[in-house]
Design a protein around this ligand. Structure first.
Ligand SMILES: Cc1cc2nc3c(=O)[nH]c(=O)nc-3n(C[C@H](O)[C@H](O)[C@H](O)COP(=O)(O)O)c2cc1C
Length: 405
């Protein structure tokens, strides 16, 4: 058995994880009509049994108008008993249960929700494609309450932690970023104003759960392009998050409607993605201009470590590093550079027992090839690794096994 700090327990606010590994929020695409399925429960059970300290159920919307897909989770009273089944399964596997809550803002879809998308400002979003409505103060207050109500439900259903999604260009991030926030009221303009929505959400969620649950916030260190949040603003964001009583910060970056691959790096297999898109215009655009629209970024293990370590001296609360933590060597490097926990998405999609396999020295490194097939297919179906697909042609399989060629 390999020794590493990563296998030591850690306290995040009121909860203790058996080790310092977290399954990052990665959209499972396993819900049906916004309801929990056996597939979702079984997937998280497997990850828990695979040795993870805490698993995060991804991309759950706090309200109907915050949804982008019908196979996404919507937190509401009617699904409480299934939420409880989900947390029971995770706990039976020995892990803590976390859930990412958010609102997709300008990425939500009227065809899914029945509502025109809302955002900080009414700015066209090519990646929807959507033309959202600028949120009124009443909308803002209502969504803050939706976050609070969702947190109350999750607390009742046995979740140990809740992760507020404040990054990647979703609604909170759309308020933080000057690229999507053109408001000139108290929610726009200065950083103080642009961060007000985040502050209100975080305060409301803390009010809802008291100290019964850990609160994590996933935030951007950089949106991935000039014109988004600056580095200084990201530093201030982390400090605000700490000052409002969050228990940990997940440090990420990128913006779904402008620099999506900055989040994950590598190249999006756009031909596969196009096949899975139903909107004919988007299908055509992705098929023809895919690599231009979804610009690739070179992948390297631990690609956010250099940025993340700059946050170490700014806050005292635990920092969770994510992004290519795909080998024991890189995980060690993250800890040497200020991480308190590490989170994995693709390594666990490829192998839900990644953590146990590392600990038991069965592997030293993830088998994930960073082909991003799992990303391309999640928009219309279940998140899955190409290695588990039965019906791929040998040439496509070869391509996905060596995406760099
Ligand atoms: C299939 C897939 C789905 C994702 N969905 C989400 C999501 O719902 N919420 C989120 O914050 N990040 C999401 N991400 C980003 C991951 O949480 C993580 O930040 C990123 O993939 C880098 O980690 P990795 O290198 O371990 O994959 C997703 C990533 C993948 C691969």
């Amino acid at each position: 058995m390999v020794y590493s700090k990563v296998f030591e327990p850690i306290q995040l606010g009121p909860i203790t994880l058996r080790n310092r590994t977290i399954r990052a929020a990665a959209f499972e695409g396993m819900c049906k009509h916004w309801n929990i399925t056996h597939d979702l429960i079984n997937y998280h059970r497997k990850v828990a049994e695979g040795g993870i300290g805490m698993t995060t159920v991804a991309y759950a919307s706090v309200s109907k108008d915050g949804l982008a897909f019908t196979h996404q989770l919507w937190i509401r009273e009617e699904i409480k008993s299934d939420l409880k089944k989900l947390t029971d399964a995770i706990h039976a596997g020995g892990a803590k249960a976390s859930i990412q809550i958010g609102h997709t803002g300008n990425m939500s879809k009227k065809s899914v929700t029945g509502f025109r998308p809302i955002s900080a400002s009414a700015k066209f979003n090519l990646y929807g494609p959507t033309w959202p409505r600028k949120m009124t103060r009443n909308d803002i207050q209502r969504v803050v309450n939706d976050f609070k109500h969702a947190a109350l439900i999750l607390n009742e259903c046995g979740f140990d932690a809740v992760e507020i999604h404040a990054g990647h260009g979703y609604l909170i991030s759309q308020f933080l970023s000057p690229y999507t926030n053109r408001r000139n009221d108290e929610y726009g303009g200065s950083f103080e104003n642009r961060s007000r929505f985040l502050r209100e959400v975080l305060t409301a969620v803390r009010e809802a759960v008291g100290n019964q649950m850990a609160i994590l916030v996933k935030m951007n260190m950089w949106d991935g392009f000039e014109g988004g949040i600056t580095q200084k603003e990201a530093y201030k964001t982390a400090q605000i998050i700490e000052s409002l009583g969050a228990d940990a910060i997940v440090l990420s970056g990128g913006f779904v409607s402008k620099a999506p691959m900055y989040i994950m790096r590598g190249r999006m297999p756009t031909r596969i993605m196009a096949k899975n898109i139903s909107n004919i215009v988007v299908k055509f655009l992705v098929g023809v201009m895919g690599q231009k629209l979804i610009k690739p970024y070179p992948f390297q293990e631990g690609y956010f470590i250099e940025e993340a370590k700059k946050f170490r001296d700014l806050v005292k609360i635990p920092l969770i590093y994510v992004g290519g933590m795909n080998s024991i060597e890189t995980i060690e490097k993250a800890f040497q550079n200020g991480a308190d926990c590490v989170a994995f998405a693709r390594a666990l999609i490829q192998n839900p027992s990644f953590v146990n396999d590392l600990r038991n020295e069965i592997i030293k490194k993830s088998g994930c090839t960073i082909c991003n097939y799992c990303v391309a297919v999640m928009y219309t179906g279940k998140m899955r690794c190409f290695m588990n697909e039965a019906n791929l042609s040998p040439s496509l399989r070869e391509q996905l096994a060596h995406p760099e060629r």
